[in-house]
Design a protein around this ligand. Sequence first.
Ligand SMILES: Cc1cc2nc3c(=O)[nH]c(=O)nc-3n(C[C@H](O)[C@H](O)[C@H](O)COP(=O)(O)O)c2cc1C
Length: 204
Amino acid sequence: MRPIVYLAHPRLDRSEINGPMFRIAQELPGITCVDLYAEYPTFHIDIPHEQARLVTHDAVIFLHPVYWYSCPALMKEWIDLVFEHGFAYGQDGHALDNKVMMQAVTCGAAAQTYHPDGANGAHLRDLLAPFEKSADLCRMRYLAPFTLFSAGKAEEDGRDAVHLGQWRALLTALRDDTLNIPAARKALTLNDIAATLAASPETA
Ligand SMILES: Cc1cc2nc3c(=O)[nH]c(=O)nc-3n(C[C@H](O)[C@H](O)[C@H](O)COP(=O)(O)O)c2cc1C
């Protein structure tokens, strides 16, 4: 597969985890990496350029911190403008048919808060429903999100290196088309699948 990673982080200089995740994606051969805030600091998105770039890839990966149960503003603007009627959806809009869409997201809140019985009242995948429904409308194959909870404490807990290893394994499997897509679509998060891939990349 030809994956493209879109990073949206308005303060990359202060990022503890999205920045390192983006650098890993940049190091892997065969993966296109786009830093949206670096390319569009004034939010003036070049729609024809973005659509032309998008159609040459088969796996669309949105890498971002969760902001207000959603993505940073520029990523929303990018989706609003690039996933156009007649291009991405509608009777004559088939440019994204069958492409994979995946979110790699980081959260400040703890894992147990993203549960029907927790403080956020729902699983993160369910809260990210607008992305999944948009993918459905564009006839894309939405995967479960790859998540890091309590992101601000990941480094001191030693979870950051584990997460980065799993992210590398996941991107590699997507690129090499060895990811079990039906299982990745069904899961609540991609984390268990990514852990298996990182443990034995040649068999998972
Ligand atoms: C404007 C804003 C909104 C945020 N909203 C959420 C949220 O809805 N849920 C959550 O778990 N964390 C939220 N956070 C915390 C960020 O997700 C967290 O700081 C980020 O994932 C850490 O990644 P980084 O070190 O790469 O910046 C928010 C942070 C900011 C600045």
